[in-house]
Design a protein around this ligand. Sequence first.
Ligand code: ATP
Ligand code: MG
Length: 559
Amino acid sequence: MADEVKNEVPAGNFIQDFITEDIAEGGAYEGKKVHTRFPPEPNGYLHIGHAKAICVDFGTAERFGGLCNLRMDDTNPTKEDVEYVDAIKEDIKWLGFDWDDRFFFASEYFEQMYEYAVELIKKGLAYVCELTPDEMRANRGDLSTPAKSPYRDRPVEESLDLFERMKNGEFEDGKMTLRAKIDLSSGNFNMRDPVIYRINHLAHHRTGTKWCIYPMYDFAHPIEDAIEGITHSLCTLEFEDHRPLYDWVIDNITAPCKPRQIEFARLGINNTVMSKRKLRQLVEDGYVAGWDDPRMPTLCGLRRRGYTPASIRNFCERIGVSKTNSVVEYSFLEHCLRDDLNENACRVMCVLDPVKLVITNYPEGKSETFEVENNPQKPEDGTRTITFSRECFIEADDFIEEKVKGYNRFYPGNEVRLKSAYIVKCTGCKKDENGKVIEVYAEYDPLTRGGDTPDGRKVRGTVHWVDAENYLEAEVRLYDNLFTDPEPDTGDKNFLDYINPDSLKIMTDCKIEKSVGEKDAPVYYQFMRLGYFCRDKESTPEKLIFNRSVSLKDGYKKK
Ligand code: ATP
Ligand code: MG
């Protein structure tokens, strides 16, 4: 059953339509399972843009009952690192996708790539060129003038010999290249005898010093795809102009299969940057605490911030795939997280900036309990017990000394509901010598247990609170955009000029319900009235730390 090829698939985006057509036409795809790949270069951590590509690559295969490979695109000898390889795997697994045993390194194919290059030379379709990079640039021509190379027609035997000697390390970097012999006057400059191999005397993190020539991406990628039996090579739009070269390579080598490249738009999100190079700079120059800093658009950063796999997959699903690059509002990503957590997060009360509320007519030493629902959206998530006594904490900004129009919380004379507990009437406050409010006073109405008024009188304000006899201390980290400009890296802007100095605010004196300290307590919460929060990876029973994932207020406006 597992090997059965699914022929009927539901209509979806244009990629799925293309694949459906390919399957219907048979030909090269006859009897084949749809087979895609996700090919990250292991030179940084994955970001939300990669999540889109992962969802497209793995998601498309899943949809057709096919397979998707994970391939480290490590043909470039610089910068790669095992730390990145491990992190990439972890992030993809976390998103919920599985490559099974199909995990590859493109560098495993260097030998075959070399053989294919030799095949092209023998067919008269590649030659060793001795123009320096500068000379090559000077000779690339323009739309009305063809490119030139005096080495183009050198004998096959000579190219074969030189290419082998390039491989053997006889020449220094930049001295020679291997170029595909295609069309010097092509309107597509990628086809003007592109370089397919260059000399680079650099050790590779997997093949060591075995190679000192390395294949160029446009030559290597189609071969990697063909070797792995990829049927559909899904990539981003910037490769559209390279597709003729992709096809040329496949058509001119004895490729074991004929993959089809299909391009889709890159994901951009405002108020952030999305290139690995820039993200690395933020980390290395200390603008953030690491790749998984909760302000980063990396998958590990979003995970630490409190994003769930479901919220990210849902986001990728809802933005869809198209052929037009566009920038998605950050608030839409937040909207998708809220959707998930609203449904699934446990509610608790936490006071970030506490001031004490003393209920002066409540007996000293008395304590009572309330049974409250964990999640009103999901009664099946059960209830928990919270306690109430003569003193509790409320937010300092839930009290003002003089009534202001529209303010329904604590001010002398006003009735307020302490969520799930009682209606209390504010009677005043005590201040220190600097005029700072240090205690607020109120009287409770014993007939309002649970927060309902028996006579139906209206109480507008409801505030969250935490029992001052029974609570835990916590640190809470509040985040804002990392950049002050919605497009920090467009045009000639230097994104570092737009770092938001107030993107992290640490609240160290927070009071939270004891339930969050229980063994097996949840990771994700809604702190009532404050937003959605998650337990930070550095949180311990001795020092609780929570990150605000997203506020409650939805900034996303449906267009
Ligand atoms: P960056 O520019 O961030 O360094 P990259 O394209 O160099 O990204 P790769 O590791 O080569 O990063 O990317 C692996 C795959 O992810 C590629 O197929 C690439 O097209 C895709 N990808 C990268 N960034 C985005 C994005 N913003 N939106 C959609 N797909 C992306
Ligand atoms: Mg890349």
